[in-house]
Design a protein around this ligand. Structure first.
Ligand code: F6R
Length: 263
């Protein structure tokens, strides 16, 4: 894993947006995997600035990680709505190229299978942007999710429902189930970039980066990915044992990049 420790949320967002923008520069028809929640919002803001500055996203498509079961598409907290407001509209993506699992489908299993088919038909996800739950979930793959899981229905933990209650008027309104890309679906992405900020994420970050690969900390599955980057601020890095080593390797990477620019 590549671990990048930066000062604060602004730097984390700028770094992740930079990785996404350089992929789109090289591959204009990039297929992005997009997350909801607080963590990626700064990344989307910086990316929107880059689009304003001329980054061409006309051929980019996007797949959301997850959706609540039972919230209509126009519910303000449905991920259809959240992705439209925070990704599709500010970035100016073509809405017909933006996909979110259908949490209102009569046959949820069929909707999950269809989502996997749509990802495959798009040629797979080139870059998957991820946040992480305080309990180590990525997407909504809660602790003890199968490391081989594909898109499916999951039941949210009490911890996740409590964490997400801030987005709802009443904690009881937080749905109990969701559709989420599976851990194996996420591992299929060509590149993954996970962003995390704040002390509430420090334990999860230490577990998934330095602990064993285990279903109890689902994000640890990224240790099996060949191109996984974890970008954190100092607060989220607080429990990493090898933080100094990551800072050193990152300074070496920056040196190499600077040398390439002056070649
Ligand atoms: C959201 C998602 C989740 C969030 C995680 C962190 O689509 O897949 O894994 O990334 O719950 O949420 P925030 O960023 O709000 O702390």
């Amino acid at each position: 894993m590549e671990v990048v420790i930066l000062a604060d949320e602004r730097e984390v967002g700028a770094f992740a947006a930079g990785r996404i923008a350089s992929m789109i520069d090289k591959h204009p028809a990039t297929v992005l995997g997009v997350a909801t929640g607080s963590s990626p919002q700064q990344t989307y803001r910086v990316l929107a600035e880059q689009v304003d500055a001329g980054l061409d996203v006309s051929r980019v498509s996007a797949f959301a990680l997850d959706e609540y079961v039972g919230l209509s598409r126009d519910h303000p907290q449905s991920y259809h709505q959240v992705i439209a407001e925070t990704v599709t509209e500010p970035l100016g993506l073509d809405p017909s190229r933006v996909h979110v699992p259908d949490g209102m489908a009569l046959d949820l299993d069929a909707a999950c299978a269809d989502y996997e088919d749509r990802i495959a038909a798009a040629g797979g996800i080139d870059l998957q942007l991820l946040g992480i739950g305080a309990n180590g979930h990525i997407g909504f793959n809660e602790p003890t999710s199968s490391l081989a899981s594909r898109t499916r229905v999951k039941t949210l933990t009490a911890r996740t429902r409590a964490d997400n209650a801030r987005f709802f008027d009443d904690p009881d309104q937080v749905p109990r189930q969701c559709l989420t890309q599976g851990l194996a679906t996420i591992l299929d992405a060509h590149t993954t970039v996970l962003v995390a900020t704040g002390t509430a994420k420090a334990r999860a970050i230490a577990r998934i980066v330095e602990g064993p690969v285990q279903a109890l900390w689902p994000g640890s599955v990224l240790q099996l990915h060949r191109r996984a980057t974890v970008v954190v601020d100092e607060a989220a890095a607080a429990e990493l044992e090898l933080a100094d080593y990551y800072r050193y390797t990152d300074s070496q990477r920056r040196l190499r990049e600077a040398e390439r620019r002056t070649d």
